[in-house]
Design a protein around this ligand. Sequence first.
Ligand SMILES: C[S@@+](CC[C@H](N)C(=O)[O-])C[C@H]1O[C@@H](n2cnc3c(N)ncnc32)[C@H](O)[C@@H]1O
Length: 402
Amino acid sequence: MHRALCPTTVKAHDNTGHMANRNLSEAKKAKQDEFYTQMNDIQTEINAYLDYDENTFRGKTVLLPCDDPEWSNFTLFFAQNFERLGLKKLISTSYAPESKTAKYGSLFAYAASQSDETPKNERGKIFILDHDVNANGRIDFEDLEWEYLKGDGDFRSEEVRRLRDEADVIVTNPPFSMFREFLAWIMDDRDLAAKNTKKHKGKTRQFLIIGNMNAITYKEVFPLIMDNKLWLGHGFTHGNAYFRVADGSRTEYANGVYDSTTNLVKFRNVAWFTNLEHGRRHQPLQLMTMAQNIKHSKHKEVRGIGYRRYDNYDAIEVPFTDAIPSDYDGVMGVPISFLDKYCPEQFEMLGITDRGNEYGIKTREYTENDSPKYGDLNRRGAILIDGELQSTYARILIRQHH
Ligand SMILES: C[S@@+](CC[C@H](N)C(=O)[O-])C[C@H]1O[C@@H](n2cnc3c(N)ncnc32)[C@H](O)[C@@H]1O
């Protein structure tokens, strides 16, 4: 650990030359993984955990495994707030430039990159902060030291896995194209089980990561939600997540997603996934009764109509989270976005009407001939409308606690 950071100049990089060697769709996927979280979103999210428990990060080692301070506001945030959070150690690792396919203007330049040292672009870097290197009386970004990793900094590598095993909390916005693999990597607790000491008994690895909201329905993810091992974080302001993207990938976003005045892309379907406690998760939803909903609901699908029953699940269809009837005792199918409002003290989660995730409350199975029009009818909730069975979106099945 000998190279210090020099957070002074802003440089632009162009590393797209390596793309030519890559398979195009691979390259496209990797390029779409290059988007960078905004500082205010990180601040808002972390503050929600601190509001709930100011000691959330105290005495802990935090690993940021996809984060180079040149581009990552995560590293910047945790380094600048090292003392406020009471961290024991901050470790941030970066993926080698040669392993990436796109780059963009950096936030900071390294002291080393201004020196004569030839950059080792095939290697990732490790940045560590744990003491007051420059002896100015406080530990912050300027005390970050770095060196090259042996390999390219792939989170799946042995050396980054060892850092994972050292960490108490893992925080990042990982490559979306590898979300499943990344989550499995976090949840792999063999190292914790192996350390069968008093100190580690029952210990779980904590995490806070960003991912696509659709991940909720993945068969690798939903069971974790059911088991209370993962939930949605506090969330992006008004559900809008803005990210900075690499120069070369701007044209690849759909109309209205990339804003050329701010250089940001806006995603509506992105969420924080975590097992850290926060306050909103324990605030029950304020709801109307079924009768009140039928009379006053702002949704025309409910007002004057009421709630339909599924043909294949013993449950009613509730098409909007704010239309959940407060006095219904049975099982209800609610939109996936309900999870953002899920308070485990208020509702019990029973399952999801989606591939590979069904739970045992279905009332009937369909054959091919039964419903040839809808491939999903076996697992998605089906409703009989005007004599025809219609498939609903994937729904989460819940019941009120009493
Ligand atoms: C969605 S970006 C987010 C970057 C940063 N965490 C942030 O939030 O600003 C994901 C980052 O992971 C890097 N990455 C891609 N594959 C990786 C891998 N196998 N191991 C580690 N990092 C990887 C990408 O190069 C990219 O910089």
